[in-house]
Ligand binder design. Structure first.
Ligand SMILES: [Zn+2]
Length: 295
């Protein structure tokens, strides 16, 4: 396989969107996954019945994406739509999982060996091949009262979580945004739309992959402040929106927007056009895109 130092020129970094905040990122020699989730629990039962990973569904998604190997899986937080399938995907790809202690307990509950689990320290970047990844502590999208009651934000998973379990058992843990540095450029991913004022200062990136799931539960002032506190600091040349699809819908169906996220994107598109902001689009389904802004 081509080696970056032999080629002299840094390999281009490509990313591909598999729904929710599931991303495949590769420069050729190294492959990294973010928040892989394929089981897709139906909306009618997600808060009523116990849920568990669907091994057939996971295998099909990995086969469809031609993913039989990965070096690392990075997790932004421990909600089920980000980690339910984690132990299965790590086992199938041989990847090491990086995330907070709650993520580690999801892995342990799925019988993943400790050698494949790494709890991150936000003060130290994670190095995988030619990638250096900074986990930046953040907070989860603010929920309206009913979801707050169900999910009780701020909770952690303090012991191995063995499915099946109620979806609310997948507590968010510590939320992180991800800042990637690679010889060919920088890029940024945030899986849940909220902000800690000023915390992204200094994290410039060529491309930003921003999760918009749940923004429709808020009003325009939340959207605008969130944008200012994320893209405003990251200052990307291009933005791709992730987490825009309905994550309760089967992957066999054509993806549709999560509730009214299309209204949020229409607002942001209009605003950015008028303000001379960077080009943006919803991250295309399964297509490879360049995430270092060199194209
Ligand atoms: Zn979440």
């Amino acid at each position: 396989m081509a080696n970056i130092t032999e080629d002299k020129k840094p390999a281009k970094v490509k990313a591909r969107f598999l729904g929710t905040n599931s991303l495949v990122i590769t420069d050729g020699p190294t492959t990294i996954l973010v928040d892989p989730y394929f089981t897709r629990v139906d909306a009618s039962t997600v808060f009523l019945k116990k849920i568990q990973p669907d091994p057939d569904r996971i295998k099909k998604a990995l086969d469809d994406a031609e993913l039989d190997q990965a070096d690392a899986i990075l997790i932004t937080h421990a909600h089920f739509d980000h980690v339910l399938d984690l132990a299965h995907v790590a086992r199938a790809t041989g990847a090491t999982v990086y995330g907070c202690e709650s993520v580690a307990n999801v892995c342990r509950g799925g019988d993943l060996p400790e050698s494949q689990i790494s709890v991150v320290n936000p003060k130290e970047p994670v190095v995988v091949g030619d990638f250096s990844i900074q986990f930046i502590p953040g907070i989860h999208l603010a929920f309206p009262w009913l979801l707050r009651l169900l999910l009780r934000p701020g909770r952690k998973i303090t012991s191995p979580l063995r499915p099946p379990a109620r979806s609310s058992a997948w507590a968010e843990g510590q939320v992180h945004a991800l800042h990637f540095t690679h010889p060919s450029g920088t890029f940024f991913n945030q899986g849940s739309a909220n902000w800690v004022e000023g915390s992204l200062k200094g994290y410039n990136a060529d491309v930003a992959l921003l999760g918009v799931g749940g923004l429709d539960l808020h009003k325009a002032d939340y959207w605008d402040t969130w944008y200012k506190e994320t893209a405003g600091y990251v200052n990307p040349k291009k933005i791709y929106w992730t987490h825009w699809d309905d994550f309760c819908q089967s992957l066999d169906e054509k993806p549709r927007y999560l509730r009214h996220v299309d209204d949020v994107l229409a607002h942001l598109t209009y605003k950015l056009k008028n303000a001379g902001g960077p080009p943006e689009e919803k991250m295309p389904w399964l297509e490879w895109i360049d995430v270092t802004g060199n194209e």
